[in-house]
Unconditional design. Structure first.
Length: 360
């Protein structure tokens, strides 16, 4: 069963690698995803070789497989950072992988190891060795946790900017990161299982391979059904000409609605909610901001909140009210959101703005 699962997982990875390698243009994010697939496929391959050819240095192959499994986290992070156009920070990833390679190379010299059903078993191991896989797996979890945080942060920003995320939605990356954490948790269970002997080693290894295959299958499904991941994004069809007069009228209407209802005071306001308030399709709201006002939902709401802060600051009753309190009353959900708005729109800090405002 283990050999069959390993061959199946490796075959799926090879299929996806062949598709991704043919993608044009091939960017940094594609390189990160290709690295992830190559590491995953290589890990499947090492298990297939060690179980199918048990006389052919199984310790070496399975140690290489453990190293490749560790590489999945850095590869995932490289992909996520490239998707967000951030600096890739390759060297910290290389340093972490080099450290793990060194530990795996030294381990057979310290502890007597054997292989069983695609797993490395330590015979008469010292007590400290029990904690080594725990520490390694917990460190491995740091990368998918970072990817999960980045994907959620990216999704929040996109929801503020666009009324309909459609193909821009990075939600699949969240599921990808969570599935990595599930695989790591399944691997962590090997430690208590080795002590208590609840399941045979072959059953646990088979279950772990099953989780990995499901993860690869999910990435394949999302990547092959969404343009721009495995397949090149198709050339967009020419859009019909925009009625600028109608877009400007819509922009005036939505601006009046914001001013009258003051819905921007709600920190949880989103573009879909505003389009519902207007009774419009999300695309119409986006077109009103872009074509009619040469702006977007995010910037329009920021401007409304900044104007509200100015109105509040002009009120003598608020002379002793803190700038942060004014910002919260104006609809900013947090101190960081208020500071980011001032930096982006006014190129100053709230405190400097308040001092200049009071001086005037």
């Amino acid at each position: 069963m283990i050999l069959t699962l390993a061959i199946l997982g490796g075959a799926i990875c090879l299929f996806l690698i062949a598709i991704l390698a043919a993608k044009r243009p091939f960017g940094a994010a594609d390189g990160g995803l290709l690295f992830w697939l190559a590491a995953q496929g290589g890990a499947f391959g090492t298990i297939a070789v060690s179980t199918g050819l048990p006389e052919f240095w199984p310790i070496v192959w399975l140690s290489l497989g453990q190293f490749l499994l560790f590489c999945l986290g850095p590869a995932q992070l490289i992909y996520a950072r490239a998707r967000q156009s951030r600096q890739l920070e390759i060297w910290p990833q290389i340093g972490a992988m080099a450290g793990v390679a060194m530990v795996l190379a030294l381990l057979p010299l310290i502890v007597q190891l054997e292989t069983r059903s695609g797993a490395i078993i330590a015979n008469s191991a010292p007590r400290w060795l029990i904690f080594l896989p725990l520490v390694a797996l917990l460190v491995s979890a740091a990368w998918p946790v970072m990817v999960l945080h980045m994907a959620r942060q990216m999704r929040r920003k996109l929801k503020d900017r666009y009324s309909n995320l459609a193909e821009l939605d990075p939600g699949w990356m969240e599921v990808w990161a969570i599935s990595s954490l599930i695989v790591i948790l399944a691997a962590l269970l090997a430690v208590p299982n080795s002590i208590l002997g609840i399941l045979p080693v072959s059953v646990h290894v088979g279950a772990l391979l099953g989780f990995q295959i499901l993860q690869v299958a999910y990435v394949a499904h999302r990547g092959l059904t969404r343009p721009g991941i495995f397949l090149s994004a198709p050339a967009s069809a020419p859009r019909p000409a925009i009625d600028l007069a109608a877009a400007r009228a819509d922009f005036e209407a939505v601006t009046c609605r914001l001013a009258e209802s003051r819905i921007y005071l709600d920190p949880e306001l989103t573009a879909p909610r505003l389009s519902d308030e207007m009774g419009w399709a999300p695309e119409r709201l986006t077109q009103a901001f872009r074509a009619g006002g040469d702006t977007n939902f995010h910037d329009a709401v920021l401007q409304a909140r900044l104007q509200e802060m100015e109105r509040l600051a002009r009120d003598p009753a608020n002379a002793r009210v803190t700038t942060l309190a004014l910002g919260l009353d104006a609809g900013f959900g947090s101190k960081s959101a208020m500071y980011e708005a001032f930096r982006r729109e006014l190129n100053t800090s709230p405190a400097a703005w308040r001092r200049l405002f009071m001086h005037k």
